[in-house]
Design a protein around this ligand. Structure first.
Ligand SMILES: [Zn+2]
Length: 283
């Protein structure tokens, strides 16, 4: 059974007696310099290169070569690196450098990387170079003479814009998507300790994540009810001032809103101090 990424269009091409790929290292992104929606490698007898996948700007990725086998897209990286080609890369050098991968291309690149992570342990990280010790996701450019410093040579064409700068910079986004957009929330448990240092006192407190959530919810609720309470008092005061104005004199048409805001903030501070077991009375 060939190793196919779920969801791709499987369109196998003849690869002859192709060597197996050494698994676990990574995936390399290329740009095809083409507006084709499906760029199958040419006849085996005459083809100089081929690639596992093609990513059109829209629509599903197409897979041509079994991921268990090598493809010929990445020079000295072929024995270990899977590779995709992608629609785009046409125009002037400036246009090539400015053109990003589409959302669709980013998602398919992420799905391929994720499949390689799940099935062969490729780490979800960006390769820093084409060094043989580097694993994860990289672009062809990492191994293009003229861009690269050290590592495996992945191209015979010096300075080849494969891909341009905008795509090269998206390698972090591909890794992020492959990780499912993982964020802090996905990695913490409710029982994990979480510390916070008060900027005003420098004092550090540590609670469980669950307690932090309860604590912040409680004080948000307190603040909301205090603001409602203060708003009512300001309204009452406004009405009183209005009725206290002697007949015939001019009613105030403007309030000093910044003074009122300051007074409200001071009052909230005072109540916060009084309620804080660290600094004030708690009853
Ligand atoms: Zn390339």
């Amino acid at each position: 059974m060939p190793n196919i990424v779920p969801g791709v269009v499987w369109q196998p091409v003849d690869v002859g007696n192709r060597a197996r790929r050494i698994k676990g290292r990574g995936l390399c992104g290329h740009v095809a310099v083409s507006s084709s929606k499906n760029l199958a490698p040419g006849p085996l007898a005459t083809r100089a290169s081929d690639w596992h996948f093609y990513l059109p700007k829209s629509g599903p990725a197409i897979q041509y070569i079994d991921l268990d086998l090598q493809c010929w897209a990445t020079g000295a990286g072929n024995s270990t690196m899977a590779a995709f080609e992608s629609e785009g890369g046409l125009g002037t050098e400036a246009q090539v450098n400015a053109e990003p991968w589409t959302d669709n291309q980013l998602n398919w690149a992420a799905r391929i990387l994720r499949h390689m992570h799940d099935t062969e342990g490729v780490p979800l990280r960006v390769m820093a170079s084409s060094e043989s010790s580097e694993r994860g996701f990289g672009t062809h450019r990492l191994g293009v003479p003229g861009y690269m410093t050290t590592g495996e040579v992945w191209s015979s064409v010096r300075g080849k814009s494969c891909p341009g700068t905008a795509k090269h910079d998206q390698r972090f986004e591909i890794v992020r998507r492959a990780a499912g957009g993982a964020s802090l929330e996905d990695d913490v448990n409710l029982s994990d300790p979480l510390s916070w240092t008060r900027p005003d006192t420098g004092k550090t407190v540590t609670f469980s994540v669950a307690d932090w959530i309860a604590y912040t919810n409680y004080y948000t609720g307190q603040a909301v009810s205090q603001i409602a309470d203060l708003t009512a008092k300001v309204d009452a005061l406004t009405a009183k001032l209005g009725s206290a104005t002697p007949a015939g004199s001019k009613l105030p048409t403007e309030f000093d809103l910044s003074s009122i805001a300051r007074a409200v903030a001071d009052e909230l501070d005072r109540r916060d101090r009084d309620n804080d077991p660290d600094t004030g009375r708690s009853s």
